[in-house]
Design a protein around this ligand. Structure first.
Ligand SMILES: [Zn+2]
Ligand SMILES: [Zn+2]
Length: 303
C-alpha cells in the first residue's frame, strides 16, 4: 500500500509552506483522494501525479480547509480535457455545491461525475473499485463528518524457495497461482496449491482516513485492525477543553483510539497553527501508541 499526506495543517489563516488537508492512496491504476483543501492541485503537481489519474474523491466534511480545493481541481480536469469518469463521495449537498459552482463559473465537464451523497448518520459501503471496497462512517464533528476505509484485495506473498523446492521456475506460474489458486506441475502433473507456497497466510491491507472528529465509537469500529490509520490530532492534550469544544481530537486521544482499534500504524495530521513544533504532538501520541508517525506533507509512504 502506498499513500501520501499532501497537507497537514488544520484550518485558520494560511501559512507559507503549510498545506491544508488532502491525503491520497494509490490504487492499481490511479488513486483515491481524501479531502481536497485549498491548493491540492498544486500539491499533486509537486508530487508528479496527474490530476486525471484521480478516480475517487472522498470529502470528509464541508469545512473549507477540507473542501476549497475541489472546484479548482475539477476546473483543471476540464482544462486538460479529462475523459475518465470521476466519483465524488461526500456529505449530502455536494452535488448542488459542484453543479452550482460550475454553472456560475461557466464550467462544463467533459467527463462524467458520479455523486455519492452521504446522509446524516450513514455507515456502510460506498464504493467498490478494482476489488477495493470503500466504507464510510459518520464521526463526531460540528458539521456532518465522515471517516473512510479502503480495504484492498487479499494479498498473496509467494515464497520463492518453496516454489523452487517443487522444481518450478518462478516467473511463469506466479500469476496463474494467484489468479486460479493452483497450478499443475509441468512434468509430474501433480497439483500444487497456492497455500502450499505462501510465505505467510494471505492478508488484506486496509487504509483508514478520519478527518475532523472528536474520538468516537464509530471510528474505532471503522479502523478496526487497519494497516494504516491517518487521523487528525489538532491539539495537545493540555488543550483538551478546546479540542472538545471545537469537536476535534488531541494527539493523546488519537493514540488511544489507534490502540483500541488495534491498527498497525497511526499517522497524525491536521495540526493546529498554535504548535510550531509538532514533535510534541508526536511525543504525546507515542507515549501511548509507539507505532505513531507524524505526517509530513508530500512524503510517499509505502507500507
Ligand atoms: Zn479541518
Ligand atoms: Zn472541520
Amino acid at each position: 500500500m502506498k499513500f501520501s499526506v499532501l497537507g497537514t495543517k488544520a484550518g485558520g489563516p494560511p501559512i507559507l509552506g503549510h498545506n491544508f488537508s488532502a491525503t491520497m492512496v494509490w490504487l492499481r491504476q490511479g488513486y483515491v483522494l481524501f479531502d481536497c483543501g485549498e491548493g491540492t492541485q498544486y500539491r499533486l503537481l509537486e508530487l508528479g501525479v496527474s490530476i486525471n489519474s484521480c478516480r475517487i474523491v472522498c470529502i470528509s466534511h464541508f469545512h473549507g480547509d477540507h473542501l476549497w480545493g475541489l472546484m479548482p481541481l475539477l476546473s483543471a480536469c476540464c482544462s486538460t480535457q479529462r475523459k475518465t469518469p470521476l466519483t465524488i463521495i461526500a456529505p449530502e449537498g455536494i452535488r448542488a455545491f459542484v453543479e452550482q459552482s460550475a454553472a456560475l463559473s461557466g464550467m462544463t465537464f467533459p467527463f462524467s461525475i458520479e455523486f455519492v451523497e452521504l446522509r446524516t448518520g450513514f455507515e456502510g459501503i460506498v464504493a467498490v473499485y478494482e476489488d477495493c471496497q470503500i466504507t464510510a462512517a459518520m464521526l463526531d464533528h460540528r458539521l456532518d463528518s465522515f471517516g473512510f476505509r479502503v480495504d484492498f484485495p487479499l494479498h498473496f506473498n509467494i515464497d520463492i524457495n518453496k516454489l523452487t523446492q517443487y522444481g518450478i521456475e518462478q516467473g511463469a506460474v506466479i500469476g496463474e497461482l494467484k489468479s486460479v489458486g493452483h497450478i499443475r506441475h509441468p512434468k509430474t502433473d501433480a497439483i500444487i496449491y497456492l497455500s502450499d507456497v505462501l510465505a505467510h497466510p494471505p492478508c488484506r491491507e486496509s487504509f483508514v482516513y478520519c478527518g475532523d472528529t472528536r474520538p468516537c465509537a464509530a471510528e474505532i469500529e471503522l479502523a478496526h485492525n487497519a494497516t494504516v490509520l491517518v487521523h487528525e490530532a489538532t491539539f495537545l492534550h493540555q488543550d483538551e477543553k478546546a479540542a472538545y469544544e471545537k469537536q476535534h481530537s488531541t494527539a493523546k486521544q488519537a493514540a488511544e483510539l489507534a490502540l483500541q482499534a488495534n491498527v498497525a500504524q497511526l499517522w497524525i495530521t491536521h495540526i493546529s497553527n498554535r504548535y510550531p513544533e509538532p514533535q510534541i504532538l508526536l511525543d504525546e501520541a507515542r507515549s501511548i501508541f509507539p507505532q505513531t508517525f507524524i505526517a509530513q506533507a508530500l512524503r510517499i509512504v509505502e507500507v
